[in-house]
Design a protein around this ligand. Sequence first.
Ligand code: GLU
Length: 555
Amino acid sequence: MDNLRLAQLLFPDIDKTPADYEALYPPRELPDGARVTRFAPSPTGFLHLGGLFAAMVASRTAQASKGVFYLRIEDTDKKREVAGGIGGIIAGLAQFGIVPDEGRVSETEDKGDYGPYRQSERKQIYQSFAKHLVEEGLAYPCFCTEEDLSAMREAQENEPVKGYYGKWATCRNLTLEEIEAALAAGKPWTLRLRSQGDCEKKIIIDDFIRGKIEMPANVQDIVLLKQDGIPTYHFAHCVDDHLMHSTHIVRGDEWIASVPIHIELFKACGFKVPKYAHIAPIMKEERDESGNVCGKRKLSKRKDPEASVTYYAQAGYPAESVNEYLLTLANSNFEDWRRANPAAALEQFPFNLKKMSASGALFDLAKLNDVSKNVISRFSAEKVCADVLAWAKGYDSALYELLAADTDFATKMFAIDRGGKKPRKDLAKWEEVKDYYAYFYRPLYQNDFALPENISKEDAAAIVRAYKGVYSAADDKDAWFANIKDLCEPLGFTPNVKEYKQNPEAFKGHVGDVSGIIRLAATGRRNTPDLYAILALLGEEEVGRRFDEWIEKMN
Ligand code: GLU
């Protein structure tokens, strides 16, 4: 067979050779050991938590080795594409702080020297490599129709290995004359790999996460180019990962079964086979009707709202929290590192692919909330204010209006019990802000005037009446508390908790009960952050008004 002639017949317009592209995309100049990774989604616009997780793992892997992480859009399957899908993915990643070093940066733009980073714009490149495979005798045109292929599948019913290979690959041994005739007759064709695989042979891959995996070698003459000349995912990713110099293929483990195909393709093209790290899916505990754990399953796009990243955006989980949580899922030693380095930036964590679970990390919302409370407790008041405003703008306009009307006030509110050695850890997500801080805002403030069991209405009124007489916003914290203590005895309470415990019959209660009533009168809550700071921020006028309301209700 005259392969050069066949290549020219099939690809008359392709004049660039693989060598031209090799020259166009030279090896990257990176430090030793630097890893080049990528996230390569289809532009469906939907970013699944598993996708975000894979992107995060790939990006940390690159960053921890001073390498490069890039975004490539794999849009060879037009059926799956949605309008605006690329932008959706880029925005979804950015929301969680993942900004690739290079790759697609918008629906239409690229950043970096190894583009275009969208497969539909690389047709010529794939065809050049395809043409070369034909020249080498490693690819051939296949004129089988859908009917031919289904007839083959029927005939293969009892075959141990199914598919288009060996004696089943009817177009594998067409003569040049036969091919010429079919082309002249205008028959559509796909381009297939002429597999060199052997059914008896095994390949072993050493996966960073899964360890050594043994699999039968590929024998299938898989399709490289579809009838419209567009490559299949297998072929496109192999050409791209080679030219873009990916060193580590980090992706979901649903691709493991395809690795034998990919390895054969890399070898057929004369490329170095990259290293693999296949990420197990994020799992979720399954519970029975009584709430007992009865197994685990993959986090499901269909069943679990938390599988979509929009869930986190809507609830207002800070990106930092989600990232931090995903790192706890990714590397089991992350939490120890965090305890030892409470203030360190995530980038400083020595991320290690080998520490990932091969069986799938277990997703746990309660754990995410704990992680997020810690993360938020480390934020400055200014950052909380800015982040809550940004969130509320999209998801709670009433809250946005209230906060934006006086951001200085809001910042002071967020500053209460923040900073210092033991910041409060009450908030896990911004959707909790409205309720948590409601009493700072007249339109949100509610008081049901319900008393603790041990305090009578008369005492509740007397405490607030007496306190209103002595409260001054000018007092410092010590003077403020001294004032409250001084109220106790004349009203039958004791300023001394110990004394109360020794002799509870002798008093109506202790200073904690008295300040508790003041708290209830001013905020409607039994628990709040620092009451002194709350009263100071509410201001004498508003506090006075609430005290009056209280006294009136108690009478
Ligand atoms: N486009 C493939 C996907 O969306 C990427 C697989 C890979 O990373 O190699 O799953």
